[in-house]
Design a protein around this ligand. Structure first.
Ligand SMILES: [Fe+2]
Length: 248
């Protein structure tokens, strides 16, 4: 069975996407109450069940760490992960669940990096995000610093930064930065600019991971409703060498 097998078409709207070839969703906000994602344990369990229905059988959730808003620590995140694991077990929901973080590039992140107080995906990929508004300085130095600490830098949703162009994407790639694209970017959910950039990244085979960046149920609805109609996504999961499965 290939990517995006549309297995069940119960009626004109209900199409079940199959993400099982990706296997792992490695960017989401599912630990309740610690960032702008899920608000309750109950909501988290519903969202995890929905991801499972989409075909993911492992979830690595990535709460925000951001000095001004979300000063989450590895301890807070891992405690949240354990609570969810217990609840999944209680409810007999068979899905692997782990946690890391999504670091916002600010002074606080640089301090944490210096002290190596980091929680990375599979202890390997350090997921970080940039401001959407202004191009930060020192991105290449940051990439170098992350590598020096023994992690692989993984930029979250590179398509969503309006200030990045193809030559800059390529430069970041050459510096050793990996790219994680959001599924909904290619559908136009984050605006036309993110969609155009997503297509550019797909065309140039620059995407390493594809993920939901799931915050709430509306994202699930939009993935079901729109992602399957997005040809570029089919192209991405079929012809690009995505690394999601390496996290199994
Ligand atoms: Fe995110």
């Amino acid at each position: 069975m290939g990517f995006f097998d549309f297995l069940k078409q119960n009626n004109t709207e209900q199409v079940t996407l199959d993400f099982s070839s990706l296997g792992v969703d490695m960017h989401s906000h599912l630990i309740p109450g610690i960032d702008d994602g899920s608000k309750t344990l109950e909501e988290s369990i519903v969202l995890i069940t929905e991801l499972n229905k989409l075909g993911f059988n492992k979830i690595i959730t990535t709460p925000h760490i951001m000095s001004d808003y979300y000063r989450n620590t590895p301890d807070i995140i891992l405690r949240g992960r354990d609570t969810i694991r217990e609840e999944l077990h209680k409810q007999n929901i068979n899905i692997e669940f782990d946690a890391a973080a999504e670091y916002y590039y600010d002074e606080y992140f640089l301090d944490l990096l210096k002290e190596k107080k980091i929680i990375a995906i599979n202890n390997e990929y350090l997921l970080f995000e940039l401001s959407y508004l202004t191009k930060p300085t020192g991105i290449k130095e940051l990439i170098f610093e992350i590598q020096l600490k023994g992690y692989k830098p993984l930029l979250a949703h590179p398509e969503r930064y309006p200030f990045l162009r193809l030559d800059e994407y390529q430069e970041l790639k050459e510096a050793g930065c990996l790219f994680q694209m959001n599924i909904l970017s290619a559908t136009g959910h984050y605006g036309s600019h993110a969609k155009i950039n997503a297509e550019l990244l797909i065309e140039n085979q620059l995407v390493d991971f594809l993920a939901t960046d799931l915050h709430h149920f509306q994202h699930i609805r939009l993935i079901r409703k729109n992602a399957m109609h997005t040809e570029k996504l089919l192209q991405l999961v079929t012809f690009n060498d995505l690394k999601n499965k390496s996290l199994l």
